[in-house]
Design a protein around this ligand. Structure first.
Ligand SMILES: NC(=O)c1ccc[n+]([C@@H]2O[C@H](COP(=O)([O-])OP(=O)(O)OC[C@H]3O[C@@H](n4cnc5c(N)ncnc54)[C@H](O)[C@@H]3O)[C@@H](O)[C@H]2O)c1
Ligand SMILES: N[C@@H](CCO)C(=O)O
Length: 432
């Protein structure tokens, strides 16, 4: 008897899933035990490049989520509210759910996984983070023996594509974003990607699995890449760094037991670092655990086939588990977190900084900047003056590790000095 699948959404990822399920040759034998029974779409009569019988299409998505004949609901419509309601409906009707929807899981994970636990069903989310990279399964299962120390990654392909092009071409953010939109690499509304919100959704999910607590999205400090200029890229390049948008989740150095440091922001990454060589739309996640040490998973973070690969892997896992033991939940596939993580404020975090200042080219400016930082307990690694013209100079400062609030207080005071024209960029930095 085949397991019956109800597919909600037949767009980029939905079509990829249907294509895999309709073309089983050479793939996992369990695909032979699955059948797409109903498909929820907006326009049933629209011509499509997947060979599904017309009579299984419907615009009534609720009917699929509540259909007693369906075993697994695969939610691929995107968005938040409607998708959340459909997922909850499916769970409440005793169906297992597979979704690629990071926005829903990051916002409503607590409600969804609580309901799933009560109903004894699986909610599988491999495709929600980094598309085709099996990072969810790694954290839930393969790395289960480890105490995870940190999870750090390039989890948004759009921003990595833009930053890679800025590095390669020396171009500025806006024109490269416009071209990325024309080429289909960036959405017409790029906000979620370029402002770091998509990465924050993904980090909430990864950190929750890595550290065993729920994460409130609003607790994640989030900064995007709009302020990065070609000048900063050139400075970074000269100093042996590349600028990447990173998601970071780690235990704090000072109060390891009590707080989680979780954020998304641009970082100057030394060219020798594993994440520095991740280019274009590729994603990568570096996980550090005890006893395993460090490992990096990299690959396609989006796209029809890559994301569908993760969705179908989840379906296979559900089917395999149901075949082996239909009545007991496999604990390595579920999510049982009860408490919310205590998250460290960005002001308390410890960072190294790169800061670029535009100043009047006059004696004593560098000394005054150094003094201000010193008065706020910020030690400097280097301070270099460049690009002198029209009586103005650009100064690039790199600090040693310092508390973010001390750095910000120093910077506020420096900004008030007469010789300071502007402070266009501040970027946190990874130690070389
Ligand atoms: N595209 C990717 O590379 C990628 C990667 C990882 C995760 N995801 C996630 O996968 C999900 C799907 O993304 P996608 O790229 O396939 O989006 P998409 O826009 O290509 O497809 C969504 C489909 O759902 C349909 N749909 C939406 N609301 C509907 C409704 N109320 N009734 C019927 N049909 C409806 C749309 O018409 C569309 O065909 C999203 O949650 C997204 O975040 C996508
Ligand atoms: N918009 C996402 C892809 C889906 O997660 C990205 O650019 O990585």
């Amino acid at each position: 008897m085949a397991f019956k699948i109800g597919l909600l959404g037949l767009g980029t990822v939905g079509s990829g899933v249907a294509k895999i399920l309709l073309d089983r040759q050479g793939r996992h034998p369990l695909l032979g035990e699955m059948e797409i029974t109903r498909v929820g779409v907006r326009s049933p009569d629209k011509p499509r490049d997947v060979d599904l019988p017309q009579n299984i299409f419907t615009t009534d998505l609720e009917a699929i989520a509540t259909d007693p004949a369906i075993d697994i609901v695969v939610e691929l419509i995107g968005g938040t509210d409607r998708a959340y309601k459909l997922i909850m409906q499916a769970i409440n009707h005793g169906k297992h759910v597979v979704t690629a929807n990071k926005a829903v899981i990051a916002r409503y994970g607590a409600e969804i996984f609580t309901a799933a636990k009560e109903k004894g069903v699986y909610v599988m989310i491999e495709a929600a983070v980094c598309g085709g990279i099996p990072v969810i399964q790694a954290l839930k299962q393969a790395l289960g023996a480890n105490r995870i120390k940190s999870v750090m990654g390039i989890v948004n392909g759009t921003t990595n594509y833009i930053l890679t092009r800025m590095h390669r071409e020396g171009g500025d953010f806006e024109p490269i974003l416009a071209e990325a939109q024309k080429l289909g690499y960036a959405e017409a509304d790029p906000t979620a990607d370029v402002d770091g919100l998509d990465a924050a959704d993904k980090m909430a999910i990864l950190a929750s699995l890595a550290f065993g607590d729920r994460i409130k999205l609003e607790d994640i400090y989030c900064e995007g890449i709009r302020q990065i200029t070609s000048t900063d890229i050139a400075f970074a390049d000269e100093m042996g760094y590349v600028i990447k948008l990173l998601g970071i989740a780690q235990h704090t150095e000072t109060a390891r037991e009590t707080a989680l440091d979780i954020r998304v922001h641009p970082v100057m990454v030394p060219t020798s670092h594993a994440l520095a060589s991740i280019h274009g739309v590729t994603n990568a996640v570096r996980i550090e655990g005890e006893p395993i040490g460090e490992l990096v998973l990299s690959g396609p973070g989006a796209g029809s086939g890559a994301t569908a690969s993760a969705v179908v892997a989840d379906i296979i896992n559900v089917v395999a588990t149901l075949r082996a033991n239909p009545s007991n939940i496999n604990l390595t596939m579920g999510c049982t977190h009860q408490h919310y993580a205590k998250v460290q404020s960005i002001a308390d975090s410890i960072n190294l900084f790169y800061v670029r200042l535009v100043v009047l080219n006059q004696p004593g400016v560098i000394g005054a900047i150094g003094t201000c930082f010193g008065q706020h307990k910020v030690s400097l690694e280097s301070i270099v003056q460049k690009h002198i013209h029209d009586g103005m100079a650009s100064i690039a400062v790199i600090t040693q590790k310092c508390q973010e609030s001390n750095f910000r207080n120093a910077l506020k005071e420096i900004g008030e000095l007469n010789a300071i024209d502007s402070i266009p960029t501040v970027i946190r930095l990874l130690a070389a």
